[in-house]
Design a protein around this ligand. Structure first.
Ligand SMILES: Cc1cc2nc3c(=O)[nH]c(=O)nc-3n(C[C@H](O)[C@H](O)[C@H](O)COP(=O)(O)OP(=O)(O)OC[C@H]3O[C@@H](n4cnc5c(N)ncnc54)[C@H](O)[C@@H]3O)c2cc1C
Ligand SMILES: NC(=O)c1ccc[n+]([C@@H]2O[C@H](COP(=O)([O-])OP(=O)(O)OC[C@H]3O[C@@H](n4cnc5c(N)ncnc54)[C@H](O)[C@@H]3O)[C@@H](O)[C@H]2O)c1
Length: 482
């Protein structure tokens, strides 16, 4: 068995592991990434990039069709072959050559194989030929192994060869009929994409659509999916799935049945911790990893494992299951590990240089459905659950001149959630065509804790959709203008 020694060992070479490694190397340490599949992880090959490539052509087509003259110049349907070919490029044809070159360039070592913790600061990596390498860390081991699709225990489902998000993202032939179980982010985005690519889509959700964001956002997306011909069943469970050579049949709790060629399961994620050697550090295999504010892995009592040498970042710690937040954790953690290795203390106070405050106070997400949803910070529901004293300010996006100009019959809504005690923004959600780029203004206002009376001086250009800020602030002005 070969033995290797590095300052930091990272298990998992997804976007988060790459960022941790990059920052510790920039901090003057040596780092090794252990990866058993493709360097770049889920996001690059089966999640963010390929799914957004599946959605993008349809979004451009809708934008053109929302204008009378431009709409007349586009005719016919999307060519799925061309869409899939562009998707292939964005998935780098499922080759990690480019990402491995980046690791080399960044001075990061790669150890291919499956990593398991086998002792204090020790990871054993097993290669496909059965040989193994022991990789020892001087300072820290970081778990960045991500998550996989969760398959709910629905009768018959596992035997019906269901698709997960991986099969949907890497699809080679658009099925004539697609059934989707789950009305969260994956279910809603894939219903948008496959419907636009010509499939007859049926979506079954046990809740309202997009339960993680403001309810008005899910209502706009539900209406648009139905208008596009998607059959949307809300507040209904799938009780049984049967598969045979002709396709699949779903039985629903309201007695209805759904026939399809393929069934996509989009019911959340499960952590990649089953075969990670967690028993060597007294943790249960298969569980999400609990971390403290420094991203150190903690046990059931909340105490760091060992003397605090084990960290977890990205999906696997369940803080925010999004690439950009995992990468943010990776940057903060990588810098903190380098600072500690120099014998200094990291800056971990709220909004400190090594803290991940935005995970809790300013988590951002764009959902690339038709229409788009952009959200940051707390929703009205979440702020009520947290016992905050808030004001909820709503405005019809379609009534903003820039939006009306952007597309005929523009429909959308925006909401700001204001901390009524401090008169600062703590949440923002918008739904409507092309709202994604509105989000960063809200994110800056929340992270900067900009008082509303000062935000009022950020004058949005006329006639842009950003004038929603003028409208929201003017609506709320009686509460803070003296
Ligand atoms: C369909 C879909 C679409 C998405 N779209 C978006 C989006 O648009 N924007 C967004 O921000 N987020 C999106 N996400 C979420 C995003 O994909 C994840 O948040 C992100 O991939 C998490 O990164 P990670 O590095 O923590 O984990 P991963 O990307 O899962 O990477 C973990 C890596 O660890 C490796 N690994 C696991 N166990 C071991 C082991 N024992 N030994 C060695 N290697 C191991 C895996 O092979 C993998 O390469 C989407 C998710 C899905 C499912
Ligand atoms: N644009 C983006 O940022 C983007 C896109 C896709 C995925 N993601 C991330 O990937 C992760 C996974 O997405 P997801 O959509 O799988 O999870 P999710 O948590 O967004 O939604 C899962 C849905 O499945 C439902 N569900 C759970 N068990 C069920 C059952 N037995 N039967 C029917 N429905 C059931 C839940 O009620 C929920 O609505 C999310 O955290 C998401 O943020 C992000």
């Amino acid at each position: 068995m070969t033995e290797k020694l590095f300052d930091v060992v990272i298990i998992g070479g997804g976007p988060v592991g790459e960022n941790v490694a990059d920052r510790v190397v920039q901090g003057g340490l040596t780092a090794a990434i252990v990866e058993h599949e493709l360097v770049g992880g889920e996001c690059s090959y089966w999640a963010c990039m390929p799914t957004k490539a599946l959605l993008r052509d349809a979004a451009a087509l809708r934008a053109a069709r929302a204008l009378p003259a431009a709409g007349r110049t586009v005719s016919g349907d999307l060519d799925p072959t061309a869409v899939l070919a562009r998707r292939d490029r964005f998935a780098a044809n499922w080759s990690d050559t480019g990402q491995v070159e980046w690791l080399n360039h960044a001075g990061i070592n790669l150890v291919r194989g499956h990593g398991r913790i086998t002792g204090t600061r020790t990871v054993t990596v097993t290669q496909t030929d059965g040989t193994s390498t022991t990789v020892q860390a001087r300072h820290a081991v970081v778990i960045a192994t991500g998550s996989s699709a969760f398959l709910p225990p629905i009768r018959g489902l596992a035997d019906a060869a269901p698709w997960t998000s991986r099969e949907a993202a890497a699809v080679q032939k658009i099925p004539a009929r697609l059934a989707i179980i789950g009305g969260g982010v994956v279910g809603s985005e894939m219903a948008t994409a496959f419907s636009a690519l010509g499939a007859q889509v049926t979506l079954v959700s046990q809740t309202r659509l997009l339960p993680g964001v403001e309810s008005f956002a899910g209502e706009h997306v539900t209406a648009a999916l139905r208008a596009a011909g998607v059959s949307v069943h809300l507040d209904v469970e799938v009780t049984e799935v049967r598969g045979d050579a002709d396709g699949v049949q779903l039985t629903l709790s309201d007695g209805a049945t759904v026939e399809a060629d393929e069934v996509l399961v989009a019911t959340g994620r499960t952590p990649n911790t089953k075969d990670l050697g967690l028993d060597h550090v007294g943790l249960a295999p298969g569980d999400w990893l609990r971390v403290d504010d420094t991203l150190a892995v903690v046990d059931a009592a909340g105490d760091p494992v060992g003397d605090g040498w084990l960290y977890a970042a990205g999906d696997v710690n369940k803080r925010v299951l999004l690439t950009h937040h995992g990468k943010y954790q990776g940057r903060a953690l990588g810098d903190a590990i380098a600072v500690r290795a120099r014998g200094e203390q990291p800056d971990l106070g709220p909004w400190g240089r090594h803290a991940v405050t935005a995970d809790v106070r300013a988590a951002t997400q764009v959902i690339f459905t038709d229409p788009e949803v952009a959200a940051v910070g707390l929703s009205a529901e979440a702020s009520a659950a947290a016992g905050k004293n808030v004001r909820i300010v709503d405005y019809d996006l379609g009534a903003v001149a820039g939006a009306a100009l952007h597309a005929d019959d523009y429909r959308g809504q925006a909401r700001m959630v204001v901390d009524a005690d401090r008169n600062v923004l703590i949440g923002f959600t918008a739904v409507g065509p092309d709202v994604a780029e509105l989000l960063h203004a809200a994110t800056i206002a929340i992270a900067g804790e900009v008082p509303l009376h000062r935000l009022w001086h950020a004058v949005p250009a006329y006639p842009t959709i950003s004038e929603i800020w003028l409208r929201l602030l003017e609506t709320d002005r009686p509460h803070w203008a003296s």
